[in-house]
Design a protein around this ligand. Structure first.
Ligand SMILES: Cc1cc2nc3c(=O)[nH]c(=O)nc-3n(C[C@H](O)[C@H](O)[C@H](O)COP(=O)(O)OP(=O)(O)OC[C@H]3O[C@@H](n4cnc5c(N)ncnc54)[C@H](O)[C@@H]3O)c2cc1C
Length: 435
């Protein structure tokens, strides 16, 4: 019998499995795919190292991924730390350096002097606010309590990019406030692990494999229950027993793994209605660097478009003399299956790339386009913010825990999964002690 079975080997599953393994627990990880990493997996293509779409870690060494590794006695090696001067923002058709500090916002040429002062007032209020007081209202509402300036509202969309919640009119203000407060204390707003997401995946895997087991191509079909308690899982026809089970895919994927009657109707309604984010992700291998290309570029002029040249910060991602470019167009999840809409959004992204970086497409060796209907498990809009998400320990099934980017842990995107793993470690240990 295992002490803990972890379903899924994405960031969340690998993080909780490694934390428990390091504490001496007997852990089994079941991953349905043949590769580790889930949505943060990486591939190699013609000597280029590609993450599954543009991936960075917020707050670098002060972020939760680094904290997980620190608890394991490991360290993430960063490539992009402190390189925000390489980031650009498109505002009213022109490119500007992206501000990354209060001083940067106070001097940004994107705004007039009076608007810079208005923006300062918004940021100072955000710094003094308690996130928990603002999760239930929109970021636009929070900004308008200080100013109705269209230019300030437009610039404030930068924070929507930061938490990947495209629309200022629906994004939760508490989530933005949490981000702003942590970003200002961090050594970097975002950072790239050397070698991409693969570095983090490999380090977590090594810790687990020191004493525990990871089964690839192992799909869990059922979570086994015994009188309201977890008893193990059914995977590939085999019943595997365990004291606790950690489910790490997005909660939307729990259907059919647990009998309907084991959880209340409200839970199933909640899981069915969870809205994820979606995108068109485009990666390009370029035979030579594009002139004027930066670390990253964001458009505030309309659609939510962003791009990055990860090999500018980390040359190990591309063969010598070549360049890796990664672009993204955030689309509503409900549109991701509509081919005509996705074709139009693809054209929009390609036009933007061509206009922003003349000569870009003359340098393309290969390209990979992905329409991804589930980027972040939860879109951080009002109603899906931190306090509204499902708790880590199931209140209905003893021994069932949820870790991953849809649960009630703070922050956004993958950081929810890492923070959930950090919190789950103590909760699961406590449960095992009582068992
Ligand atoms: C294009 C793109 C760009 C992104 N950029 C960023 C970024 O820059 N920064 C950031 O913080 N986040 C980013 N994200 C989000 C980030 O990748 C996710 O938040 C994170 O990887 C989620 O990890 P997870 O462990 O919660 O879930 P997942 O990675 O989805 O892991 C769940 C795992 O469970 C497995 N599984 C599912 N069902 C079963 C089953 N029945 N049996 C066995 N295994 C099962 C799945 O195969 C999967 O491997 C991005 C995502 C995408 C797609």
């Amino acid at each position: 019998m295992y002490e803990v079975i972890v379903i899924g080997a994405g960031y969340g599953g690998l993080a909780i499995a490694a934390l428990l393994a390091r504490r001496g627990h007997r852990v089994l990880v079941c991953e349905q795919n043949k590769v580790l990493g889930g949505r943060a997996r990486s591939d190699e293509h013609d000597g280029f190292i590609l993450d599954w779409g543009l991936h960075v870690n917020r707050f670098g060494d002060a972020g939760p991924a680094a904290e997980v590794l620190r608890r394991l006695g490991e360290r993430i090696e960063w490539a992009g730390e402190g390189r925000a001067e390489r980031s650009l923002v498109q505002f009213n058709g022109r490119l500007y350096p992206r501000p990354d500090s209060v001083g940067g916002y106070l001097t940004t040429p994107m705004l007039s002097w009076p608007d810079r002062l208005r923006l300062m007032a918004v940021l100072l209020r955000a710094l003094r606010a308690r996130p928990e007081d603002w999760y239930a209202v929109t970021w636009a509402h929070f900004v308008r309590r200080t100013t109705h300036s269209p230019a300030v509202l437009k610039l404030c969309r930068l924070f929507n990019y930061a938490i990947y919640a495209p629309d200022i009119e629906v994004a939760s203000a508490g989530e933005v406030i949490y981000f702003v407060q942590h970003a200002l204390k961090a050594p970097a707003v975002t950072a790239q692990p050397v070698g991409g997401t693969g570095q983090i995946i490999r380090k977590l895997e090594e810790v687990i494999r020191e004493g525990d087991e990871v089964r690839l191509g192992c799909k869990v079909d059922r979570i086994l229950l015994d009188e309201g308690c977890v008893a193990g899982v059914l995977a590939d026809g085999e019943e595997i027993t365990a004291q606790a089970v950690v489910f790490t895919p997005p909660l939307q994927r729990l259907f059919r793994l647990v009998p309907d009657e084991a959880l209340p109707t409200e839970f199933w309604e909640y899981a069915a209605n969870l809205e994820p984010t979606a995108c068109i992700a485009y990666d390009f291998g370029l035979r030579e660097p594009v002139p004027g290309s930066s670390g990253s570029v964001i458009s505030l002029d309309g659609a939510f478009l962003m791009g990055s040249f990860p090999s500018n910060c980390d040359p190990s991602l591309a063969p010598e003399g070549m360049q890796l470019a990664s672009f993204l167009n955030a689309v509503p999840a409900r549109d991701a299956t509509k081919k005509p809409v996705m074709d139009a959004e693809t054209m929009r992204l390609r036009r933007w790339i061509a206009e922003t970086f003349p000569g870009f497409f003359d340098r393309v060796l290969w390209e990979r386009r992905l329409v991804i209907p589930l980027v972040d498990g939860v879109h951080l809009r009002v109603g899906q913010a931190y306090p509204d998400r499902h708790p880590i320990a199931s209140p209905h099934i003893h021994g069932l825990f949820f870790v991953g980017d849809t649960v009630a842990a703070p922050a956004c995107s993958a950081d929810i999964a890492f923070n959930a793993a950090l919190e789950a470690e103590g909760l699961i240990e406590e449960y095992l002690l009582q068992w």
